[in-house]
Ligand binder design. Sequence first.
Ligand code: HDD
Length: 768
Amino acid sequence: MTVRKKLQETAAKAVESVQDALTPDTPPGRPGPVPPPLEEPTEPHDPLPRKPDQQAPDARSATGGPSDDRAQQGAYVTTAQGVRVSSTDHSLRAGARGPTLLQDHHLREKVMHFDHERIPERVVHARGAAAHGTFVANGAASSVTSAGFLAEGVETPVFVRFSTVLGSRGSADTVRDTRGFATKFYTADGTFDLVGNNIPVFFIQDGIKFPDVIHAGKPHPDREIPQAQSAHDTFWDFVSLHTEATHHTIWNMSDRGIPRSYRMMEGFGVHTFRLVAADGTTTLVKFHWKPRLGVHSLTWEEAQMAAGVDPDFHRRDLADAIESGAHPQWDLGIQTFPDTPEQTFEGIDLLDPTKIVPEELAPVQPIGTLTLTHNPTNYFAETEQVAFHTGHLVPGIDITDDPLLAARNFSYLDTQLTRLGGPNFAQIPINRPHAPVNDMQRDGFHQHAVHEGVAPYRPNTLDGGCPFIAGEDVSRYVEAPVTVPEAAKVRADPTSPTAAISFDDHYTQPRQFYLSMTPVERTHIAQAYTFELGKCYEQAIKERALRTLANIDTDLCLTVANGLGLEPPTTGALEQPEPSPALSQVGGAWPVDGRLVGILVDSGGSLEGVRAARDAVADAGMVPLVVSDRGGVLDDGDGEPMAVQRTYTTVRSIELDAVLVAGPLPPGPDAVQALDAEAGAPPPADGAGTGPQAQRLDPRMALLLGEMHRHAKAIGGWGQAEAVLAAAGLNPSGAGVVIGDDGAQSVDTLIGVLAGHRVWERFPPPAL
Ligand code: HDD
């Protein structure tokens, strides 16, 4: 459904319900009795039909009953055994006020199930949100891989889960952290999982250190604080001692650590993978997801506010955008490198997951497009139970000897045993492959299949030799025949003798990252380090962290040291690597699909321009939110009435990407009365201010506009917007403020500003 259609339906429904509630003599434009709650414009509606492939393959009852695993069927409440009950509200008792009886099997079963509803949350990436979609390949990868789903025009269903890393399942979305970007491709040749992050490098080079970095990042073991953040001593203790983490850490401290939306993040496979072509030739690749909406971030203040005002900010944003028809899209791309014995490219070690290959050296070539089209029907069944694994590979895609990837290939299977309760998690609907499964695995906890046949082993004659080993005539997984060099078993640093940027180089690429940033991005990085280290208690840790910064950039180190009130360590001259402009996220013009535009409307004024503005916003694929001084429905008696979606009490700047000030906006009656009362004046009879205070703005509106301005967002309007902005203390002709002739035209000019995401020129950054 389009944004516009959805809005029209919602508004019509809201108007209908309020009109029903109005008394016959209520004049139009005045609120009647308390209206029923309004529907959100993007509130999820009719659940989607089940996908045929999510039906159990052969889950029939052991007694040969009907093959039907549909949950919650039939019109009557039953026990778990399908027995209809006469009451589910009262437990069985000896007399209405007497003791509860142990023989109440319904009570016992109901509470037993409830007691066990929770499963262990993921040990990392516990907080997440997901969506279904499709991936369509453009065929460009066919020359380097035999993977069937990457052939031209092949459409593959996908399920994508985004996540934070450190926080618990109920933690806030907008904390400073890495974001997970995990994609399950249900290909015709089996399931392929690309389990990536929004940052192209990792903290550690060897998976044996994963427990260390996670223990350091998680809350302190004694008080279990702070939740979902790295601004604490143990994290900085670890990363300042363990300098291979420097590269990932500076990405975290950049704006990448606080994305505006899951829809506006890049994704990276991080490791180098090996693609295998039909003729057996191999190519090393790195996977990249490029969002069509561009890469955008919150400001740090917004991120902190959202953590309190709307901890579900990213989850809501994703679901609302998909629900309203603004389906997010990413292009999948690969950087390709020759598969040489050294496994290096342009002096960069490809087996080291703490290094990137700049796009200027190896361009990202698009190989297909992902579109997220619908939200999960049930959070637990799908988003919580989905199990990703780096070892879920399909023919044509193989791994390399990256030591981090090797540990991951063990860990992801292993963790599901605890989290999903046994080895049969591939039978959970969301994890079921869309290819036939005949794996000869049997039994185990939560076995749903009733397998036929007597010979789950090979070779056999009793089941007619079935299942058979795939021959060359069909797609089958064949490991690339890579030569493993003869070597002694060692526990040692895998530094490459041929790569200049190898496992032991911890600073060249962090320095390159910093030098590739625009001034405003550098300012944010310095502020983030100052904030995070400012939250540490141990002086020695802060000093050690400054020594790391001194190896990245002298000015950065100086700025952070000044902020902390510490002496900056002295450094020698640092080598200046070539910047990689592709690393910066500032600049360019981007689609505005799904962006939220608040329209500030006077509840007593004309709605003519407002209707035009609202339609223009929706037509541009954005989501208009009508904000007024009171809730309910606005009706100027001159056209279609309009539902108010936010009031100055329920809106905060963080949920809006841009704001439009519509027409005349007198102060809200509460504000005027409060001001008049302050001045000792009697309350006005008609609720509208008459004295000089009446020219003052509703303070909540002034707060909203001030925050929009401070967060470098687009501001527009028409009519008396200039006066309103001036009353809010803002410059109506300042950067990123556009005043139009009418509602529709204001939207046009606003889109021009919004396409750049932020108006950073409003606050020229101090030179670092
Ligand atoms: Fe991991 C989950 C991404 C290194 C062990 N990881 C997990 C998820 C993502 C990543 C996106 C969430 C999947 C979901 O939504 O269910 N992990 C990464 C990336 C890494 C990485 C990009 C480095 C390049 N991970 C890594 C290592 C180990 C793990 C080195 C262990 C040795 N990761 C896990 C895990 C998790 C997990 C414990 C927790 C829940 C799960 O797997 O299913 O096995």
